[in-house]
Design a protein around this ligand. Structure first.
Ligand code: ADP
Ligand code: ZN
Ligand code: ZN
Length: 721
């Protein structure tokens, strides 16, 4: 027992998966949101102060404040994370630590680096770097245009830090105080009439979600840039969220070129931890005025937030699939609401959820129907392959079109969403198919690496010389992946320069820059690749897109598959004919009459969305109902199912809430564990929330008998069932 006489009792959240706080004794008053270092079992951990008490039933261990001069985490940030934890049914401790950057999760002080701004001195203006040193010239030109932050300089040249130090020593540049200089804008293109009208229609004040529905290449990004400029000029911060794959060096440099003297913080999960922590703290301290991030960027603290932009708002990468299973888009909307600021959701193929909100008038809708460059939309044609022979997946009309394109000196893109050589390897005699030992999945043949690989768990093994079941040496690859199509193209287009782009060839940012350069330098005739190529990249000489093996999306058990397929095809089609050349898109299909393909050929997202919404309404599917899924996995499927069965039996009946029976997951085995799930849905959120609360209260108790072998989790508003 401890009383507050000698100490202050604090309640702290720790990164442990328990739905509670822990009491400690603090040496003095510590504000809510402070970080403290505490002992927990044998470990020293970070705790975040969430409350105070005058009395505790525990023997209290001491908490030490962390001396790094960072202020307590702000109230609005704590409120955001607490909302997320509550809404997505995650314990508050782990939620807080998911939202914090790595450096603040450790019980150590974090001293952010300074990010000074520099400008040229008169001597520096007269001086010129050697003409051969292109990066130095670029850096000098940027400084000549406006003061430049050290962090922005690093985006121009990796060695900019050293260069700036040299120039500082030589007296060519000088440091200016941290006071943000007046906003400087880079070169501005004149807006098209359509863009100007769209911009005029956007709300400027208060919470006002707006769907910016604009075809690929219609200049949505330019609209974001204008609204961000207004926000920055008004002394507020802006947050831009983009899908994982879109946060490329090209996108970053487009923003930096527009806002040369603005401190811009980039946040994504693949950057070095230190850089991410620096960017996060810069946003928190208000030094960074513009934050560009992937989904985790939604948790950047922004004391002067004035605008949120979510680009490609339909993209599935905004949803986190483990731990705190949040949707960054939906949290962004909550955040904009709470902060009372406008939020702009951009897409050529909005999610049906957002589209319906716009139909119902809850969101504004602003449309951009033409390409900003004046280029025509590509003509989309279907190649009916029901009666055509295929050569490694390629039809004759497709091959001829690729050859013509190459002869004209233009670039083409062959799109198929499967990496590797073939998605399966099978025995021609007994029908054996290579499967993953840990997952219920086929192993993908990677011929170049001479491996069979599981794309779900990372298992890999050498390609067998003969069938392990019957000894037959004749093993046959089934279906096509990017490697196989690359090989086929090399054969049918002799001499063509072919580049494959997928996660196997482009695994980091520098690889992208190199590919980009190669295309711009005219060193590529045909690009073969996955979805990676479909996203937001601008290849000016690309005039033909061929899409292969897309019918699978129409047979899928996942009710969202056709929505996803349509948006991927629209995106990839948008790569064709961006500049002055009209583009062509060819889609090989066995189902040319399918409404999805018919709508695609008409570039008719609204028509397609109306059809899908109608279907969803008939079948009571989202967005006409709300859902959550309880997943359980164990070494034995029976345990997972038994636990879920007991859980379902223990739940009370709540009016309007439908709790389905447990089913095995569509992929039963994953990484050696067997999985089952329960779907719960309702047309109303209120009753569904009550059911969720019942469930999260019961589940830990019911899971106890199964010990640590059983794991369970809840996914609210799941994207995958
Ligand atoms: P979206 O984000 O809708 O796909 P972007 O903003 O990337 O479109 O614009 C597509 C292309 O059009 C880009 O190359 C961009 O530089 C160009 N662009 C956009 N707005 C204009 C404009 N007002 N004048 C000239 N080019 C523009
Ligand atoms: Zn066999
Ligand atoms: Zn596997």
């Amino acid at each position: 027992m401890t009383d507050a006489s000698s100490n202050t009792i604090i309640r702290v959240a720790l990164d442990v998966p328990l739905d509670r706080t822990f009491d400690y004794a603090a040496p003095g008053p510590l504000a809510i949101g402070s970080r403290v270092s505490v002992g927990f079992g044998p470990r020293q951990m970070v705790g975040i102060v969430l409350g105070h008490a005058t009395h505790s039933e525990f023997d209290l261990k001491p908490a030490r404040p962390i001396e790094d001069r960072l202020p307590p985490l702000p109230d609005d940030w704590l409120a955001l994370v607490r909302f997320a934890a509550d809404y997505y049914a995650c314990a508050p401790g782990p939620a807080l630590f998911t939202a914090l950057p790595p450096a603040l999760r450790a019980p150590r002080p974090f001293i952010p680096a300074r990010d000074p701004q520099y400008r040229l001195t008169p001597a520096g203006r007269d001086w010129q770097p050697p003409r051969r040193a292109a990066r130095q010239c670029e850096l000098h030109a940027a400084l000549a245009a406006s003061p430049l932050a050290r962090s922005s300089a690093r985006a121009i040249a990796a060695d900019a830090g050293r260069r700036l130090d040299d120039w500082l020593a030589a007296g060519w540049i000088e440091e200016i105080d941290d006071q943000p200089a007046a906003l400087t804008l880079g070169p501005l293109p004149a807006l098209t009439v359509a863009q100007q009208q769209a911009l005029d229609q956007l709300p400027r004040d208060g919470f006002s979600p707006t769907l910016l529905f604009g075809i690929t290449g219609s200049g949505k990004t330019e609209i974001y840039l204008r609204r961000i400029a207004e926000t920055l000029a008004a002394g507020r911060q802006a947050l831009v969220l983009v899908p994982e794959i879109n946060l490329t060096p090209q996108l970053e440099s487009r923003f930096r070129a527009r806002f040369p003297n603005t401190v811009i913080a980039c946040l994504n999960s693949s950057q070095p931890e230190r850089a991410r922590s620096e960017a996060w703290v810069a946003a928190w301290q208000g030094r960074a005025r513009l934050v560009i991030g992937t989904r985790l960027g939604v948790f950047a603290p922004l004391p002067e937030l004035g605008l949120i932009v979510v680009d490609e708002e339909h993209d599935a990468s905004f949803k986190q699939q483990d731990g705190l299973r949040y949707s960054a888009r939906d949290l962004a909307i909550w955040r904009a609401h709470r902060a009372g600021v406008p939020i702009l959701l951009g897409s050529a193929t909005p999610s049906l959820e957002s589209w319906r909100h716009a139909d119902a008038g809850r969101y504004g809708r602003v449309e951009l129907a033409e390409r900003a460059t004046g280029a025509a939309l590509p003509a989309i044609h279907l190649i009916d392959i029901r009666r055509l022979p295929l050569d490694d997946g390629l039809s004759v009309p497709a091959i001829e079109a690729l050859a013509r394109c190459r002869d004209k000196g233009e670039v083409s893109l062959v799109y198929l969403n499967r990496r590797g050589y073939s998605p399966a390897l099978s025995c021609t005699d007994c029908g054996w198919i290579a499967g993953c030992p840990s997952c219920s999945a086929k192993l993908v043949l990677h011929l170049r690496e001479r491996q069979l690989r599981c794309h779900h768990c990372g298992h890999h093994q050498p390609v067998p010389h003969a069938c392990p079941d019957c000894g037959n040496p004749d093993l046959k690859p089934l279906g096509q992946g990017t490697q196989r199509v690359e090989a086929a193209l090399t054969r049918v287009l002799p001499g063509a320069r072919i580049r494959r782009i997928d996660r196997d060839t482009v695994s980091h940012r520098d690889a992208w820059a190199e590919v980009y350069q190669a295309i711009h330098d005219g060193e590529v005739d045909v690009l073969v690749g996955t979805q990676m190529l479909a996203k937001g990249h601008d290849f000016p000489t690309l005039s033909l897109v061929v899409a292969l093996n897309t019918d699978g999306g129409l047979y899928s058990a996942d009710f969202r598959a056709s929505e996803t397929l349509f948006s991927q095809l629209m995106q990839v089609a948008g790569r064709a004919g961006r500049a002055e050349r009209p583009g062509t898109v060819l889609v090989q299909t066995q189902l040319p009459e399918h409404p999805l393909y018919q709508a695609l050929c008409r570039h008719d997202y609204p028509g397609f969305a109306a059809t899908l919404l109608d279907e969803r309404k008939q079948t009571d599917m989202p967005p006409y109902c709300h859902q959550f899924v309880v997943r359980a996995d164990s070494e034995k499927l029976a345990d997972a199912r038994a636990f879920l069965g007991a859980l379902v039996a223990a739940l009370p009946a709540i009016d309007g809430v439908c709790v389905y029976d447990p089913i095995t997951a569509s992929m039963v085995r994953l990484e050696g564990r067997e999985r089952a799930q329960v779907l719960v849905q309702s047309a109303q959120r209120g009753p569904l929330r009550r059911m969720l609360a019942e469930l999260t209260a019961q589940a830990p108790v019911l899971a106890k008998p199964y010990g640590r072998h059983l794991r369970w989790s809840v996914d609210v508003d799941p994207l995958e069932l």
